[in-house]
Design a binder for this molecule. Structure first.
Ligand SMILES: *Cc1c(COP(=O)(O)O)cnc(C)c1O
Length: 365
């Protein structure tokens, strides 16, 4: 029988979360960010739930191609644009909108002689110092982009570095610089990501870029998804392969990291770092066994983890184990691994099977 390690993807949750974004930013249009295979949720399973988004955004040409291959005709923005002639030809072929974040991209476009789409997006660096043209260069770049044959509209974009911390002084500074760069220019504006669209109402403008929230995950520290009425789109499950007794004083797993203080019942579940469950997970990390809260103990192996079954004494082989999702917010799980939910969902490996349907939650106690 196939190994029961499954990522259950719930398209209805994604549609619900898109509705939540509309509530948070009622006057903005929504760019649904589906890069990295829809944040590891799989593009093919998620796109149908995003048909009411106003456009899609990805990081690479390959990701955009995958969208078109699935027959999706929504406008698509390449968040990092392209650099050379060959990619411009592909972008034109696929009708992609481009981000222009550097003069070399503008020059490549000028050499290409036309724009792949009638709408382009100029990215301005307002303080993140990753991608974008300086505030002072924005007007000149904007003018030159508008001069390209086939261009009708050049929108304006920037990106927050600290949007999940609303009181961080960089937010106000970035907002002020964004205004300074764009107030006198024609074109719609787009500044906020998930955290920004929730936290920073002044930053919503005509467009918001929603990524993480669409998948039902909260970008705000200390406020997991359910508090924002988000529904997790992924529930990752495994199953108990063995239930063993371990005597007091014995250790469990590689490196003998965990030592039993008393006789205990230990479950072995079919998931490990070979599936994308992080090896950095600490003893005590939460899991659900048959709907009940238990704690991981011992190091994560490639194919297995070990679980202290104190919270579920009658657990048996074959019981379902939830690693994150419905009933167990991924935000809490990520903390136990010293990482962020973004990374957990993106690193699930090909060995895990994906299933598109709502995971039927048992009673969680
Ligand atoms: C990935 C990305 C986003 C989405 O960010 P979330 O925090 O997931 O909402 C927005 N803008 C840019 C430029 C991105 O690269």
């Amino acid at each position: 029988m196939a190994r029961n390690t499954i990522a259950h993807i719930d398209p209805a949750a994604i549609a619900h979360n898109l509705g939540r974004v509309r509530k948070f930013a009622p006057d903005s249009r929504i760019m649904a960010v589906v890069k990295a295979d829809a944040y590891g949720h799989r593009l093919d399973l998620c796109l149908p739930a995003l048909e009411r988004a106003d456009m899609l955004a990805v990081a690479t040409i390959e990701e955009a191609r995958a969208i078109r291959r699935l027959g999706n005709g929504l406008p698509v923005l390449l968040l990092e644009g392209v650099n050379d002639h060959g990619d411009l030809a592909v972008a034109a072929d696929l009708g992609l909108e481009l981000t222009i974040h550097h003069p070399h991209q503008l020059e490549a476009l000028e050499r290409f002689g036309r724009s792949p789409a009638s709408r382009l997006w100029l990215k301005i660096d307002t303080g993140m110092h990753r991608l974008g043209v300086p505030v002072e260069a924005a007007a000149g770049m904007h003018r030159r982009l508008l001069d390209l044959p086939g261009v009708e509209q050049v929108n304006l974009m920037s990106h927050f570095a600290c949007a999940e911390e609303p009181s961080h002084p960089l937010n106000a500074l970035q907002l002020e610089r964004f205004h300074r760069a764009t107030d006198a220019l024609d074109g719609e504006r787009c500044l906020a990501n998930s955290a920004g669209l929730i936290n920073l109402p002044q930053a919503r403008f005509e467009w918001v870029r929603a990524g993480l929230v669409l998948y039902g995950i909260s970008p705000l520290p200390g406020r997991p998804g359910p508090e924002l009425e988000l529904e997790p789109a992924m529930t990752l499950t495994a199953e108990l392969m063995a239930v063993n007794r371990v005597a007091a004083g014995e250790s469990i797993g590689y490196g003998a990291r965990f030592r039993a203080e008393q006789d205990m019942s230990v479950g072995v579940a079919s998931i490990g770092y070979g599936d994308g469950y992080p090896r950095s997970m600490v003893d005590g990390a939460p899991v659900l066994v048959d709907g009940r809260h238990c704690r991981m103990c011992g190091r994560v192996s490639m194919d297995m983890i070990t679980i202290d079954l104190a919270g579920c004494p009658d657990a048996t082989v074959g019981d379902e184990v939830v690693l994150w999702g419905q009933g167990l917010p991924i935000e809490t799980v990520a903390e136990a691994a010293g990482t962020i939910p973004y990374e957990l969902v993106c690193r699930i490996t090909r060995r895990v099977r994906f299933r598109s349907r709502q995971w039927a939650m048992r009673q969680v106690s």
